[in-house]
Design a binder for this molecule. Structure first.
Ligand SMILES: *Cc1c(COP(=O)(O)O)cnc(C)c1O
Length: 357
């Protein structure tokens, strides 16, 4: 039996996607080859790349103004962004809203000057930081993380500024409606909302690429990667293919339905956390709560291990909070169903009853 997976990444994938991916491992499209064997410079993989790009273009409503790239890990982007867009004598603005934002800031410091214009670090990131009312035009770019995977906070709106916006959307890409064209560059590791580990998707405005001045090795240069259509090196063919299956699934489900389902899932769980006396949410401001990563805790340590044990008995996995926060974190990414969340909620109710008996 397949477990209910609330893991924060690698995360749940729909059963239909897993089935088709595994069929393709046996043989891909009557080619006599496994998807793991097809060449990365050939018609079959070209078609996968082209379809994945056109689906991203359509789902994010980018109108062909963006280059769409499939590169590797999230942290590689922490480095590539300043390498490409921050020269030594320039300054970039960073918003420090959580672990990943802070790590990206540390990477960027190696290449230029950084101003942290807002931070909630002193409160262990249990809310979003307050933004300055005015953002200077001097910045090369403004970097932010749309959803803070570990702490369970999510931005609902973004700074209105002439400074180019760059965003890490790893844990909320295509989870709801958003104006992606507000961002000069946005990226997401696949292993949360749109596929398996091993690949990161990047959308970058074509005109923003002209700002690259620093000379980097081709593999670290977004322009070169775009010029070579993401196949400058041997790409992770299987990870890109599985991401394509996930993009097809998102399109088939429809962004409207995805948006509505994600809203319902988060509401179901937060309502129970707020109602149930044994649990409480860890984010201090309701409007900062993430729809994707719902962080909560029990009143005592003893209850924490008891509830974890109960989840295990009911085949619910991936729900322990990050070690820096503790408690629980249920990640409600696109592939997690409303029924999955209802099971968790009913288990929380049973748990409450068992304590009151
Ligand atoms: C998971 C995650 C990352 C890390 O990606 P890696 O592929 O492990 O480097 C970066 N940013 C955010 C917001 C994440 O949730």
């Amino acid at each position: 039996m397949h477990k209910i997976n609330f893991g924060s990444g690698p995360a749940a994938l729909p059963q239909t996607v897993l089935q088709e991916a595994s069929d393709s491992v046996r043989e891909y499209q009557n080619s006599g080859l496994s998807i793991l064997e097809i060449p990365h410079r050939g018609k079959l993989f070209d078609a996968i790349l082209e379809e994945s790009k056109s689906l991203v273009n359509e789902l994010c409503e980018l109108n062909d103004e963006y280059e769409i790239l499939w590169l590797q890990g999230g942290r590689l982007q922490f480095a590539m962004i300043p390498m490409n867009f921050l020269n030594e004598n320039e300054t970039a603005a960073y918003i420090d809203s959580g672990h990943w934002a802070a790590e990206a800031t540390d990477y960027a410091k190696q290449y230029g000057n950084i101003d942290i214009i807002a931070s909630s670090k002193n409160d262990n990131y249990n809310h979003l930081p307050e933004l300055p009312s005015n953002i200077s035009n001097k910045y090369a770019y403004l970097y932010l993380t749309t959803n803070n995977t570990i702490y369970g906070t999510q931005w609902q709106s973004f700074p209105d500024t002439d400074v180019p916006l760059i965003a890490d959307m790893s844990s909320d890409i295509l989870s709801g409606e958003r104006n992606y064209k507000n961002f000069s560059l946005f990226y997401a590791v696949a292993q949360k909302n749109i596929g398996p580990a091993g690949v990161t998707f990047i959308g970058v405005r074509k005109d923003f690429l002209n700002k690259i001045i620093r000379k980097n090795a081709p593999i670290l240069d977004y322009r070169q990667q775009a010029f070579h259509n993401s196949v400058l090196n041997t790409p992770p063919v299987f990870a890109i293919y599985t991401s394509l299956l996930m993009l097809r699934w998102i399109k088939q489900t429809g962004m409207k339905t995805i948006t509505e389902n994600n809203r319902i899932k988060a509401q179901l769980l937060y309502e129970e956390i707020d109602r149930n006396n044994l649990f409480s949410g860890t984010v201090t401001q309701e409007s900062h709560r993430s729809q994707m990563n719902v962080c909560f805790a029990t009143k005592t340590k003893e209850m924490e291990s008891a509830f974890l044990q109960l989840c295990k008995e009911y085949q619910i996995t991936g729900i322990a909070g990050h070690r820096s926060v503790g408690g629980f974190r249920a990640s409600l990414y696109n592939a997690v169903s409303i029924a999955d969340v209802e099971k968790l909620v009913s288990l929380m109710r049973d748990f409450e009853k068992s304590y009151n008996d």
